[in-house]
Design a protein around this ligand. Structure first.
Ligand code: SF4
Length: 346
């Protein structure tokens, strides 16, 4: 081989290598595309072989044939395929792993919405509630349960007090529970009591006639299916007549000591919307529960119900909230709008 052919061969190889490595940038370009934040990796690279980019949840495939020079053909295949079994973690280059972390962090941050200044707002509510002198503090459902009865009966008391508390003031629920306990609040005793008598015992709780029917039906189910105990899951509790998610979550906490979700009643629902603690206005307590649980740290779930119920009874009332004296008046969107409104009037 003469000198000129050696130089020509050398240049040809150099050009070939340049084009080949340029072609390897395609996976990088693919990475920049707005694809889902999933695992990417180069499966196999070899001279004149194939390059595979694995993307889960996609069956798309891109194949590129490139002609390099006149004398040799180099096929470089890019394949986009499901990651299952194809893209193991060890196969992902550190470059892609770093980018994956950045992208998943970005997604986490994006999905992790939380209301501005919520810690400060919460501290202010804790300050306003420090005396613990709201009706819920002394006459809430957890205060309606007898201490001197077996655990099974205590759990039944929790459930009945929660059923009575719906659409009813704490004072009225507490008084009705006192009368029921004096009468004998057990599953068998309630079943043995006629509807009229039961109605007299719980009157004037809200919707007392309907509640008489619910209590009777529930007690019958508890006798037949739960050996006079109450169900131990939210799902099963919600199957009882007159028991909804709010009651079920509170019941799991009070009766079983298990924290399964935030108990959102009308106070928690109203205040969360006034404070802007939900990303978009919610129409139902259940939607508020989901919205709150999406950002509020779990260790506060237990406290927040009690805190907001009492706050709603004393300060952030349904009608005529005391915004002018509330510590959150400058942080709360509803409070600010009230202040502006009253200034305009003056
Ligand atoms: S400023 Fe008014 S609406 Fe806002 S939390 Fe206080 S009392 Fe409620």
């Amino acid at each position: 081989m003469n000198r000129s052919s050696i130089i020509e061969e050398h240049f040809m190889r150099t050009r070939l290598l340049q084009r080949y490595y340029r072609a390897l940038w395609l996976p990088v370009l693919l990475w920049q595309c707005p694809l889902p934040p999933v695992q990417y990796g180069i499966k196999h690279v070899s001279g004149g072989g194939s390059v595979k980019v694995a993307i889960p949840n996609s069956n798309a495939a891109v194949k590129t044939n490139s002609r390099f020079g006149k004398r040799k053909r180099l096929n470089v295949t890019y394949e986009i395929a499901r990651v299952d079994g194809l893209c193991e973690e060890s196969m992902i280059s550190p470059y892609f792993q770093d980018n994956l972390n950045v992208r998943s962090d970005a997604v986490d941050k994006k999905s992790k919405w939380e209301p501005p200044h919520w810690q400060e707002v919460l501290r202010n509510i804790q300050e306003m509630r420090k005396n613990k002198d709201a009706p819920v503090d002394n006459m809430g459902c957890d205060k309606c349960i007898a201490d001197d009865v077996p655990p099974k009966v205590r759990r039944y008391h929790s459930l009945i007090s929660l059923m009575l508390s719906s659409q009813t003031k704490d004072q009225v629920t507490f008084a009705a529970m006192q009368r029921l306990r004096q009468h004998g609040l057990t599953v068998s005793n309630v079943l043995a009591t006629d509807d009229e008598m039961l109605g007299q015992l719980i009157y004037p709780v809200g919707f007392w006639k309907t509640k008489v029917k619910f209590i009777k039906k529930t007690s019958q189910i508890l006798k037949e299916e739960y050996n006079e105990d109450i169900p131990d899951s939210v799902q099963k509790l919600c199957q009882l007549p007159g028991v909804g998610p709010k009651m079920a979550h509170l019941c799991m906490n009070i009766a079983w000591g298990l924290l399964t979700g935030i108990g959102v009643d009308t106070h928690v629902h109203r205040i969360s919307n006034r404070l802007g603690w939900v990303q978009t206005t919610t129409k139902t307590p259940e939607a508020t529960r989901v919205a709150l649980e999406s950002w509020l740290p779990r260790e506060l779930w237990d406290e927040v119900n009690h805190l907001l119920v009492g706050f709603g009874q004393q300060v952030c009332r349904p009608v005529g909230p005391a915004c002018s004296t509330c510590l959150n008046r400058d942080l709360c969107p509803f409070g600010r709008s009230q202040t502006k409104h009253s200034k305009k009037k003056q």
